[in-house]
Design a protein around this ligand. Structure first.
Ligand code: ZN
Length: 94
């Protein structure tokens, strides 16, 4: 399960060990460690992008960075374009 969160300033990315600045988004994900259980791992946006955990969703006139799978708005009118091409873009929307 993945959850997008906003850093309060005491979050450290478990992948690159970078401190996630206050108000920056990060991702909490439960990763399977072994059959005994799961480990909660936090990723900064940069690592999310490198791992393909985030993508862009077209919304009105701008592209919105989004964690996926997007589990909200299942009844969205327009189809979401989720191609590998968009997943690999490295631009971060401020
Ligand atoms: Zn990181």
């Amino acid at each position: 399960m993945r959850r997008g969160c906003i850093s309060l300033g005491e979050i450290r990315c478990d992948a690159c060990k970078r401190l996630v600045p206050t108000a920056e988004r990060y991702l909490i994900t439960d990763e399977e460690v072994d059959e005994n259980g799961k480990k909660t791992v936090r990723y900064c946006m940069k690592c999310c992008q490198e791992k393909g955990f985030v993508g862009y969703r077209q919304e009105k006139d701008e592209k919105v960075l989004t964690f996926f799978p997007p589990d909200e708005k299942p009844d969205m009118a327009k189809p979401v374009e989720k191609t590998e091409e968009t997943e690999k873009k490295e631009q971060i929307i401020p």
